[in-house]
Design a protein around this ligand. Structure first.
Ligand code: ATP
Length: 864
């Protein structure tokens, strides 16, 4: 390798001069086509200086150094191969070297680009062999040859530097180590390494091998020349030729020795000097190389940093843009929220105004209420006074009622607990048609007197509590009976029965007709009316039973399934009598009562061919049970009203009946006699009252005697044909009434009765007026209390509402303020972040600029 000396033709570039890898000590690169690096060059003048004046004109003293010739293509060129081999030229026609040239490996690349500084052979640089490859040049004559290598980075100019670092071997000796074309000349520039001296041995073979270290080797062309003969100064001869005149000057042996010694010294000196220079240059090259490498590295780093900074700047830009967008959206959101909250605040303000108005109104109302409180207190006092008055009145009323009851009872008693009303029916159609005479005289009827013409112009007079002529209607009859009826509501047992001959109007008086309702219906009607009147003080519970007694058998007329079970009269523990199993229909109003009565009437007709016939043979009994509760004092009473339509009284006397009819007649007779006996025993205050002699009296036991009141309707016929029956009935009635009261007692009664009546009326009137005033007072109190309560409630509710609204308002206000503050804070923090970011960006930009400037300066500095 030390034998090779190379001239390199490189473009004139002020920045690139004489660069050489330290690993290639034998290569010199000469800048410029015309310039020569005169390493080891010696001129004849130097010889003259060294040899003295006598040597100046000696031509042999001009020695031309070898190995540093320009690569001109002269006759000594054997062949010229470009990388592809297609443009290769073999200049030595005697040798067929091209045919024996082998290329192994690598690829050929071509380009149309031309390199202007390529000298006489631009075409060489338009193709290149790339990759690891080898040339084998055969059939060369033994001897020395010179090889030129043509390189150019034209093929892969755009690739990064340093990827094509390679070694070159000639004859298996490394002639180029880690050779990098780009680092020497850069891109698109030719590089010519010339005059690699190679010795061809007897085999006539030259092997040139390219191997990459980093990337692929590149070569554009190879030129092979014969090495010129080295001109040796003719120091061995005795003569030297003058360079000016070509005169041969004879040299003496001494001088010759001297000259030789001198030349020897001179050359040695020159060699030493050259060695020194060479060493120095090598060091310089090494340093330059090192500095270039470090500069490159630094440049790399700087560029990397620059890239990083650029990337950072770009990312920061993007961040800034994103932040700005985010900020914009936040701002718009904030604006929207601001608008929303402003609207909400406006609404709240409106609400506050409304609420304030309401509050002031409420306050006003409250003030009014407060102002009205004394009045209210007065009213309350008044109400309290009224309440106490009311209580007082209630007490008085109770007392009055008790008194009234007592008086009423007293009146009833004075009238007689057993009262007898006589009623005469009109002549019926038959009697009228037969022009039957009327034997009843009603002249004293108003005074309860009745006369019956018995015949022979004799007249028998009777006196009763009331006498009703045929003209008297049902209303007249009931008006007298009603006070007794009302007694049942006062807790007295009452018994009303109709007695008389068949067809004299018993049923008519008791039941009546739908157009002319009788005592039964009117009694119950009155009971409900009075009960309704007294409902504030007394509550009544009324139930009804309907039954009949036929042949001493009790039959429930309200029983839905007339049972086979025999109904019996039982005595309760409290002494009252009742019939277990008897239907007691609870009635609330008169319509229900009417339905019950109708049901009883219908049941009575069942199983009978002739209703009237049957009715005359049985006792029809309507029992009205009254349970009363005094709401003022809690007193309870239980009383019964019996309304009895007795069987015809004439049955036994009139006919001489047999069998069943006789039995009926006997039963009727017995029961009516028993009734008479009981009434008689009561009147005479007998120790034993024979109630149990018949089912009729047994059933009526509780309503006959004691405090109970009895009313008997004795029904008579006006017809002369019924005179005996009429007299019989009137006698029976007289017996009942007469024995009971006696005429003297009745007489005494008249004045007192009037007096008591007036008292009762007065008491009743007072009681009613007091009741009314109490009611009114109570109503007033209630309404006042209600109003007061309502006002209190409304005031309270309004106050609560007001409080609620105020609380809501406060909370809303607080909430909105909090949110507003939060939003402001967020906005502030966003602003700060933004400004910080902007500041950072600015700083970074500044830094980047500074870094860029400093780096570029440093780079420039380094490069320069
Ligand atoms: N005061 C009166 N005014 C008009 N008609 C009457 C009066 N009293 C009875 N009558 C009529 O006389 C007839 C017989 O009356 P009612 O049937 O009531 O008699 P009675 O005594 O019940 O008979 P019985 O004992 O057979 O049941 C009926 O048609 C009735 O309308």
């Amino acid at each position: 390798m030390e034998d090779f000396q190379i001239d390199a033709t490189v473009p004139v570039d002020p920045n690139v001069t004489s660069l050489c890898s330290p690993e290639i000590p034998n290569f010199d690169f000469v800048s410029g086509e015309t310039e020569k690096l005169e390493i080891g060059d010696t001129s004849i003048d130097d010889c003259d200086d060294s040899l003295g004046d006598s040597m100046v004109c000696d031509p042999n003293s001009r020695l031309v150094p070898t190995g540093f010739t320009r690569p001109n293509r002269t006759d000594e060129t054997i062949m010229f191969i470009n990388a592809g081999g297609d443009d290769s030229k073999v200049l030595d026609s005697e040798l067929n070297i091209l045919r024996d040239t082998y290329f192994e490996g690598g690829d050929v690349l071509r380009t149309e680009e031309s390199i202007v500084e390529a000298g006489d052979f631009p075409f060489i640089y338009q193709s290149a062999r790339v990759g690891n490859f080898c040339y084998r040049l055969n059939n060369l004559l033994p001897g020395e040859y010179l090889i030129d290598f043509h390189f150019a980075e034209i093929i892969n100019t755009n690739g990064p530097k340093g990827i094509r670092v390679f070694n070159v071997y000639v004859q298996d000796e490394k002639v180029l180590a880690e050779f990098d074309i780009f680092s020497v000349v850069g891109a698109n520039r030719p590089l010519l390494l010339v005059d690699l001296r190679v010795m061809v041995m007897d085999d006539g073979l030259i092997r040139v091998r390219f191997e990459g270290i980093n990337g692929s080797p590149v070569v554009c062309g190879i030129c092979l020349r014969k090495a010129p003969q080295v001109s040796v100064p003719r120091t061995s001869q005795d003569y030297i030729k003058c360079e000016n005149c070509a005169t041969e000057i004879e040299i003496s042996p001494t001088r010759k020795r001297l000259m030789r010694a001198k030349a020897h010294d001179k050359y040695e000196k020159k060699i030493a000097e050259l060695s020194e220079r060479y060493e120095h240059k090598t060091n310089e090259c090494h340093e330059a190389w090192m500095s270039l490498t470090s500069a490159n590295e630094q440049l790399e780093k700087v560029l990397m940093e620059l890239d990083n900074k650029m990337y950072e700047a770009r990312s920061l830009d993007q961040t800034v843009v994103t932040q700005a967008d985010c900020l914009k959206s936040i701002t718009s959101k904030y604006e929207n929220e601001k608008r929303h909250w402003a609207k909400a605040i406006d609404t709240l303000h409106e609400k506050i105004q409304i609420m304030k108005r309401e509050q002031s109104q409420l306050s006003q109302e409250a003030h009014e209420c407060v102002e009205g409180i004394p009045e209210l207190y007065k009213m309350v006092d008044g109400v309290q006074a009224l309440v106490s008055q009311c209580e007082d009145l209630k007490q008085k009323y109770s007392e009055e009622q008790a008194k009234r009851k007592e008086l009423y009872n007293h009146i009833q008693e004075t009238k007689g607990n057993i009262r007898v009303f006589c009623r005469c029916r009109p002549l019926n159609k038959e009697e009228t048609s037969t022009k039957s005479a009327t034997i009843v005289d009603f002249d004293g009827a108003k005074d309860g007197e009745l006369g019956v013409i018995t015949g022979n112009n004799s007249k028998k007079s009777f006196k009763f509590d009331r006498v009703y002529t045929p003209k008297d209607g049902q209303v007249d009859v009931f008006s007298d009976a009603s006070p007794m009826v009302v007694s049942v509501l006062d807790g007295y047992n009452v018994c009303i029965f109709a007695y008389g001959q068949t067809g004299t109007g018993k049923t008519f008086t008791m039941e009546g007709t739908p157009q002319n309702r009788g005592v039964n219906y009117r009694t119950v009607e009155q009971l409900f009316e009075v009960a309704r009147e007294r409902k504030e003080t007394i509550s009544y519970n009324i139930s009804v039973s309907v039954l009949e007694v036929y042949n001493e058998q009790i039959r429930d007329l309200l029983a839905t399934s007339p049972g086979s079970k025999k109904l019996e009269i039982k005595q309760s523990s409290d002494g009252s009598h009742h019939v277990p199993g008897l239907v007691e229909a609870k009635v609330e109003n008169i319509n229900e009562v009417w339905n019950v009565l109708q049901a009883g009437s219908n049941a009575r007709s069942v199983g009978s061919n002739n209703v009237n016939e049957h009715s005359s043979r049985s006792h029809c009994m309507l029992s009205i049970m009254v349970k009363a509760k005094n709401l003022m004092n809690g007193d309870c009473t239980k009383s019964t009203l019996w309304l009895v339509d007795l069987a015809g009284s004439e049955r036994l006397a009139k006919t001489d009946v047999q069998g069943e009819r006789l039995k009926e007649a006997q039963n009727i007779n017995r029961s009516l006699s028993a009734l008479g006996d009981v009434i008689y025993a009561l009147a005479t205050k007998s120790s034993h009252i024979p109630y149990r002699n018949s089912k009729l009296t047994h059933l009526l036991q509780d309503s006959l005697g004691g405090d109970s009141k009895t009313l008997m309707f004795v029904q008579i016929s006006p017809s002369e044909h019924d005179v005996s029956e009429t007299l019989s009935s009137l006698n029976f009635a007289t017996r009942v009434r007469g024995v009971e009261l006696g005429p003297a007692r009745k007489q005494v009664d008249t004045g007192e009765i009037q007096k008591l009546k007036a008292m009762v009326e007065k008491a009743r009137h007072e009681s009613r007026s007091k009741d009314e005033s109490i009611k009114k007072l109570e109503e007033n109190i209630q309404s006042l209390e209600g109003k007061n309560k309502g006002r209190d409630n409304s005031y309270r509710s309004l106050q609560e509402k007001n409080k609620d609204l105020e609380n809501q308002l406060d909370s809303l206000h607080n909430q909105s303020e909090k949110q507003y503050a939060q939003l402001q804070e967020r906005l502030k923090s966003r602003d700060e972040i933004c400004s910080n970011l902007q500041q950072k960006i600015k700083e970074l930009e500044c830094k980047l600029r500074e870094r860029h400037q400093s780096d570029s300066a440093a780079y420039h500095q380094k490069v320069s």
